[in-house]
Design a protein around this ligand. Structure first.
Ligand code: NAD
Ligand code: TDX
Length: 339
């Protein structure tokens, strides 16, 4: 089996690649990644050096490169797994164009290439396409929830999902989709909530909570996302959307306090800072259909334990994140004010 993994040098893509190489010896993995600021060359360096993974540094909007890579996928089970995207909401607010480029034009380019070669595609998306929920809403997002994206990031992800669905219906493209909740784990960029707070504490800086911290996110360990994607590749039905989540809802405030506790700084050893404009209040995924139909279940459901492993990973891999930390914090400092 041959897989072409787009965005495989980023956070979730690289974890997917690492697990695949470790657990599926019969799978040949090629990664295409344009190595934006979000990709760290060190992330896949060991796998590339041993030849376990082929890394092609190119943009998914480059139709010529895409054609040559997708044309190699000639087996019935071969597939493209599409992680590549601009992924950070805060960046999408300050500069939306790269999001339109990678998330919409990139997905369009990939769809046309897969259509031309009749190649299977799995499209990775997010729960943010559904907008947000009230804190006390008993409902969670399901496959039927209407799309109502709030930010330029989630609007471009919603657009890409719509393109994939149209290519399935109009051209018979063999595609599946998945919408997952907030991931955490190793190799996540330090611009994101959990690694930012962990590395702030490791660096002697104060963690930063947007607004009051009442916003709720539904956390899943990245390895559980990977196992769900494999369940879809193995047993998913063409044209279907699968929701992926691990019932890990927490307010940002609770999560911040947990990180502070685990890292031995006072529970209130953080700053409240300027809130994100248009900040979605709550995400929550109902993954029951994915669990029932694919026999998938998340394994790393103890968030405290998962956080401890993640803290340990960032403590042990300073050389991975330190080179970019200063730049990320300088960027935040330009707009962030302590409340
Ligand atoms: P990330 O920003 O860490 O990685 C994205 C990767 O895509 C980077 O390596 C980047 O260089 C690459 N990339 C971006 N534009 C590209 C282009 N035009 N051509 C080639 N490569 C390009 O993001 P992530 O958190 O790993 O997210 C991966 C996917 O999962 C995204 O599609 C995202 O929308 C989705 N997702 C993320 C989460 C989350 O919590 N992080 C949750 C649900 C879904
Ligand atoms: O310093 C911070 N302080 C803070 O309070 C940062 C960086 C974030 N936050 C808040 C904003 C959110 O409510 O924490 C929450 C999580 O923020 P992010 O890590 O930026 O994630 P989010 O905006 O929820 O989006 C993530 O989950 C869905 C991913 O980045 C997306 O790619 C994915 O689609």
């Amino acid at each position: 089996m041959r897989l072409l993994v787009t965005g495989g040098a980023g956070f979730i893509g690289s974890n997917f690649v690492r697990t695949t190489v470790a657990e599926r010896s019969g799978v040949h993995v090629t990664v295409i990644d344009s190595m934006t600021y979000a990709a760290n060359p060190a992330t896949l360096a060991d796998l590339v050096a041993t030849g376990a993974v082929e890394l092609v540094e190119a943009d998914i909007t480059d139709a010529t490169v895409m054609d040559s890579l997708v044309s190699r996928l000639t087996g019935d089970d071969d597939a493209v797994v599409h992680f590549a995207a601009e992924s950070h909401n805060d960046n999408s607010l300050s500069g939306p164009w790269p999001f339109v480029h990678s998330n919409i034009v990139g997905t369009f380019t990939l769809l046309e290439t897969c259509r031309r070669h009749d190649v299977r595609l799995h499209h990775i998306s997010t729960d943010e396409v559904y907008g947000d929920l009230a804190v006390d809403d008993p409902a969670k997002f399901t496959e039927e929830t209407a799309y109502q994206p709030s930010s330029p990031y989630s609007a471009t992800k919603a657009s890409s999902d719509m393109l994939v669905r149209a290519w399935v219906r109009s051209y018979g493209l063999r595609a599946t989709l998945s919408n997952c909740s907030n991931n955490y784990g190793p190799y996540q960029h330090v611009e994101k909530f959990i690694p930012r707070q962990i590395t702030n504490i490791l660096d002697g800086r104060r963690p930063r909570l947007y607004g009051s911290g009442a916003n709720v996110r539904d956390w899943i360990h990245v390895d559980d996302h990977t196992s769900a994607v494999w369940a879809i590749l193995d047993r998913g039905e063409t044209g279907r959307t699968y929701l992926i989540g691990a019932d890990g809802e927490r307010t940002n405030l609770d999560l911040m306090r947990e990180i502070c506790r685990l890292m031995g700084v006072g529970e209130d050893g953080f700053d409240h800072v300027t809130d994100r404009p248009g900040h979605d209040l709550r995400y929550a995924i109902d993954a029951s259909r994915t669990r029932e139909e694919l026999g998938w279940a998340p394994l790393l459901t103890d968030l405290r334990e998962g956080l401890q492993h993640t803290i340990d990973w960032y403590s042990d891999h300073r050389d991975w994140w330190e080179p970019v930390k200063e730049r990320v914090e300088a960027r935040y400092a330009a707009t962030e004010r302590v409340l």
